[in-house]
Design a protein around this ligand. Structure first.
Ligand code: B12
Ligand code: SF4
Length: 519
């Protein structure tokens, strides 16, 4: 047993999503190593390391602590590895963390009895390093704030764990997979801030922030961010960056942070390409022109809807006008918009569907994640709390399923879902290079954008036809209509698939197929 060794694992995932750097574990590892505790990361997802190989590594190294980050699509590989550890290296402490673990701790303890020693709730660095120090010193770890264990009391202790207020005090994250990341043409991740000042009821980021006490939005200083960008550029030649924070801007910023960033990049003569996420009401032309001129080529924009009812119920805090203006500004500036958009919820009506359709048709050049988009009631969110009180909902594992109130909407939603199930893999493949976004040239982006538009327009035409069927009084024909369309379009999708194979080969982009567990 290596008395001082911590191994952090991203288990292999069975998913259509393409792997990217895991900054969460990178930060945990950097903090532990800084404290003199040996910490290594095995990214089974990104590095395609099979569970057998991970088990072997653990058997040979016999770590003191094994930490896992969990997603729904990696639960099987996690439980296989954890069972092996309990059998072969029983002295190792198994800790898990991240969003899924933080919101579903009761379900985890009951689904994997005896496998998990502790679950770290919320932000991990301080809690996990305290836990590791106590375990190494053989002290009682059970009173550590911010964690929970099987049989422990409900997490009133969690409230004691403060969020890290000054993020500049954190070391830069360890990046054991950076060479692979760049070779896979993935952008290098940078976390410029944590949390979001928004309060959307469906949002996991919002509820995750409430698991620990402290400020909602915390930003690193621009100097600290650019120091890291510079270091990664110089050491590894990285030029494409993904700012993974959900909201680059602090509240009431009025473009100040963007100006500061651009000034600092100029001062150091750093020429980078980057993507960021923000709210629609953070977009103004002057700021975004400046950002574009300093490398912003893509923005993940939380529009969600243009229906006042939905924006209000979801506490989005933006108006349809602000949402539309943000999309128009980005398009005018030639910035790709990866638009967060949720068309359906349990109260959706046909009239609302028509408004969505008009909007999506008018601004069809934005990238969306497929025509079937339905509000996801994630565990821990206010929306889920509210839905649970309703009668049309049932729990399936850790997911909440609900029915649509309108029969017609329900028929159309099922048809769209069926369509996405049939061809969603091709759609996802097509948008991935734009939505990740991959480190490809502007010309390649334009080329793949054309393919995405072909697919998207087909989906929008389909939605229009379904609404027309309803208006003609033929809602009963929706299912047979979609079945017919799925068959009719086989050769179209085969030809798009061939184009994608060519494109990915030409652009030298890897792509791993997988299933979408959410459809
Ligand atoms: C980049 C990203 C990805 C990347 C890389 C994933 C990764 N492994 O980091 C990719 C594109 C692959 C991805 C995929 C998915 N993602 Co994602 N992703 C993000 C994003 C934008 C940033 C992650 C990040 O780097 N954060 C910054 C770091 C510092 O924070 P962190 O990762 O949360 O880690 C901290 C804590 O969570 C905790 N922690 C995490 N793991 C562990 C483990 C241990 C042992 C301990 C002690 C602590 C700990 O400590 C860390 C340091 O404080 C987040 C949004 C967000 N705000 O985080 C969504 C997010 C995490 N993703 C999400 C989802 C849903 C997914 C997918 C399931 C989507 C899908 N439809 O398939 C897939 C899962 C596929 C998979 N198996 O990974 C959701 C999770 C929501 C939820 N309730 O579970 C988020 C929150 C987005 C959202 N707004 O809803 N994602
Ligand atoms: S603005 Fe975006 S990140 Fe912020 S709370 Fe709303 S959905 Fe979440």
């Amino acid at each position: 047993m290596e008395d001082n060794l911590v191994i952090l694992i991203v288990p292999p995932s069975d998913t259509f999503r393409q792997p990217e750097e895991d900054l969460g574990l990178g930060y945990l590892s950097a903090v532990l190593n800084e404290k003199g505790i040996d910490c290594e990361i095995i990214d089974g997802f990104l590095s395609s390391i099979e569970t057998e190989e991970i088990k072997n590594e653990i058997l040979v190294r016999k770590p003191k602590i094994v930490g896992f980050t969990l997603y729904q699509d990696s639960l099987d590989s996690f439980s296989e590895i954890a069972k092996f550890i309990k059998l072969k290296v029983p002295s190792a402490h198994i800790a898990i963390g991240g969003f899924l673990a933080s919101f579903n701790y009761e379900w985890i303890f009951s689904s994997f009895p005896g496998l998990v020693d502790s679950i770290i709730i919320g932000e991990g660095e301080v809690t996990f390093s305290e836990l590791a120090e106590k375990l190494i010193a053989k002290e009682d770890w059970k009173k550590t704030a911010g964690l929970i264990f099987e049989g422990s009391e409900k997490p009133s202790i969690l409230k004691n764990r403060e969020k890290i207020n000054n993020l500049d005090l954190l070391p830069f994250p360890d990046r054991p997979t950076i060479r692979e990341t760049i070779a896979q043409k993935n952008p290098v991740h940078i976390s410029c801030s944590r949390g979001c000042y928004g309060d959307c009821s469906f949002c996991s980021v919002n509820s995750f922030g409430r698991l620990n006490s402290g400020e909602k939005w915390r930003g690193r200083s621009i100097k600290n961010i650019v120091d890291e960008i510079e270091e990664v550029s110089l050491n590894y030649g990285a030029t494409y960056f993904k700012f993974v924070d959900d909201c680059f801007f602090p509240p009431d910023d009025k473009g100040k942070r963007a100006e500061e960033l651009c000034k600092e990049l100029n001062k150091r003569k750093l020429k980078i390409n980057f993507r960021m996420s923000c709210r629609a009401d953070d977009v103004d032309k002057k700021t975004f022109r400046l950002l574009r001129d300093h490398g912003l080529f893509s923005v993940s924009l939380g529009v969600e809807s243009i229906i006042p009812r939905q924006l209000k119920e979801w506490r989005k805090g933006t108006t349809p006008k602000q949402n539309i203006s943000a999309v128009e500004i980005c398009s005018e500036l030639g910035i790709i918009v990866q638009m967060g958009y949720i068309m359906l919820d349990k109260d959706s009506t046909i009239e609302e569907l028509k408004l969505h359709l008009n909007f999506l048709q008018k601004y069809d050049y934005v990238i969306t994640k497929g025509i079937y988009s339905c509000v996801f009631a994630a565990e821990g969110t206010d929306l889920t709390e509210e839905y649970i009180k309703g009668t049309n909902v049932k729990k399936k594992g850790i997911n909440l399923e609900y029915r649509f109130k309108s029969k017609a909407v329900s028929e159309i939603a099922s048809a769209l879902k069926k369509w996405n199930k049939s061809y969603g893999d091709i759609y996802h493949w097509a948008i991935d290079s734009l939505s990740a976004p991959k480190a490809i040239s502007g010309q390649e982006r334009e080329e793949i954008h054309k393919t995405v538009m072909l697919l998207k327009r087909k989906e929008l035409f389909l939605l229009e036809s379904l609404i027309q069927l309803y208006e003609k009084g033929d809602i009963g024909l929706v299912d047979s209509y979609i079945n017919q369309k799925i068959i009719e379009n086989r050769s179209f999708f085969t030809s798009v698939k061939n184009d994608l194979v060519d494109f990915y080969e030409k652009a030298n982009l890897p792509y791993k197929k997988g299933i979408n567990p959410y459809l």
